[in-house]
Write a protein that binds this ligand. Structure first.
Ligand code: ADP
Ligand code: ASP
Ligand code: MG
Length: 424
């Protein structure tokens, strides 16, 4: 007997038929004698619809967000998961399984106060564990918890993955299965590159980079939690026949295991390619080249919660003026421009230039630590396709390259093939 947390994403619960199919996956594990907790997302498209409704409301001045009260945003967007949790509990009951739905606050999953992007602080899992011990299946609404203000707080887009891993850690589950619309983690988004290969295993560090650099298959925070709490996490498909051979394999279920790098026998130099759309680049021209300038630029941006990414500073020609270029998510660009205009006097720049519609393509692999020349082959391959590079950043296990959005797919496919990742 094992304890298993099963998470089903939006496309897996998109309609009643799929919810019944999900129930069959759950039944398989229950029939095998395991203790099961399930985490569900909202039906696919539902959260987007709820977000759009909030954005369609009049802007509220004086609220704790520039456009609307973030606590009410959370009250609204958390509702999609409540529906699927209830529906799945009913579907399970109709199969003779003792199941009960749980909203985030009922457990409770306690979070911090950052409405819209809250972090889980603690999960009081004892009642859930007790009931699981009695054979009851807990169906938990993902994406949400209870803030210190006693109000619903959501965990950021894609947050149900994090709910699942956090619950798995809290109930000391033997395994956390993230069921989605692909049958594992691939060398790149299989929707962009059909030659992408499914990975049998991927190291936590690599998955962390893949997720933060745009591969939306897992929310970044869920990977961090899995790494810290050593949760055995698999990414697998909900679309396969729930009763196909091997689906109930306890130790080696089909899919991709996220694990310690020591567990990976054949380590390639490059493991995967990720991309993030909707990047914007901002350049401050002729900035005074003196101590304190970076702080004067990036301090106010940070205070406004704008996530600055790639930063490039030129050498100044005459030792007095330089150019500072950096990227922000496109959605934050207008706000960033306003903040920078407000700080113009302290920073002392001539003009601001900006460009949207850029894409960051990243090459990831822990094998890069011990291999030279990985970056050079990326630059050569992109040059051969006539793709201009606007900015580069590197770390021990990744290279990120900023390019024009029009070349995103070409760049992903080019890099995928250069590093020998294409399906044979
Ligand atoms: P869910 O609704 O189940 O949470 P998501 O849409 O959040 O599913 O994540 C699954 C999607 O992630 C896939 O449909 C796929 O297009 C995308 N994806 C991006 N990069 C990868 C990758 N490297 N491997 C697998 N899927 C990826
Ligand atoms: N429903 C939420 C979203 O679409 C959370 C999730 O699916 O993980 O972002
Ligand atoms: Mg997701």
């Amino acid at each position: 007997m094992a304890r298993i947390v099963m998470k089903f994403g939006g496309t897996s619960v998109a309609d009643l038929d799929r919810i019944h199919n999900v129930a069959r996956h759950v039944k398989r594990e229950v029939d095998a004698g395991h203790e099961v907790a399930v985490v569900v997302s909202a039906m696919s498209g539902k959260t987007n619809e709820l977000v759009a409704w909030v954005q369609g409301m009049p802007k509220v001045t004086g609220a704790n967000s520039p456009f609307y009260d973030a606590r009410e945003y959370d009250a609204i967007v958390a509702s999609g998961e409540l529906v699927t949790a209830g529906l799945l509990a009913i579907a399970l009951q109709s199969m003779g399984i003792d199941a009960r739905s749980w909203q985030g606050w009922q457990i409770p999953i306690k979070t911090d106060n950052a409405h819209g992007a809250a972090r889980i602080l603690d999960i009081e899992g004892s009642e859930m564990i007790r009931r699981m011990g009695e054979g009851q299946v807990a169906v938990v609404a993902g994406f949400q918890g209870l803030g210190p203000d006693n109000r619903v707080a959501t965990l950021g887009r894609g947050g149900s993955d994090t709910s699942a891993v956090a619950i798995a850690a809290a109930v000391k589950a033997d395994r956390c299965d993230i069921y989605t619309d692909v049958d594992g983690v691939y060398t790149t988004d299989p929707r962009i590159e059909p030659k992408a290969r499914r990975l049998k295993k991927i190291a936590f560090e690599e998955m962390l980079e893949m997720a933060s650099l745009g591969a939306k298959v897992l929310q970044v925070r869920s990977v961090e939690l899995a790494m810290v709490h050593k949760v055995r996490t698999f990414v697998r498909s909900s679309f396969e026949d729930p009763d196909a051979p091997g689906m109930g394999d306890l130790l080696n279920p089909p899919g991709t295991l996220i694990c310690d790098e020591e567990e990976i026998v054949e380590q390639e130099v490059v493991t995967g390619i990720a991309y993030a759309k909707d990047e914007a680049q901002i350049s401050l021209r002729r900035v005074a080249d003196r101590p304190g300038v970076s702080a004067a630029i990036f301090g106010p941006l940070a205070e406004s919660h704008i996530n600055v990414d790639m930063i490039v500073q030129n050498i100044s020609e005459d030792g007095s003026k330089t150019d500072m270029t950096f990227t922000v998510p496109s959605g934050d660009m207008e706000k960033a421009l306003r903040v920078l205009e407000g700080a113009k006097e302290q920073v002392g720049f001539d003009v601001i230039q900006h460009e949207t519609g850029l894409v960051k393509v990243s090459v990831i692999g822990i094998g890069m630590r011990s291999h030279a020349g990985v970056a050079a082959s990326a630059f050569r391959a992109l040059a051969d396709k006539g793709i201009n590079i606007k900015a580069i950043t590197t770390s021990e296990i990744k290279i990120s390259i900023l390019i024009d959005g029009a070349y995103a797919e070409l760049a992903v496919r080019t890099l995928h093939s250069v590093y020998g990742l294409d399906k044979k």
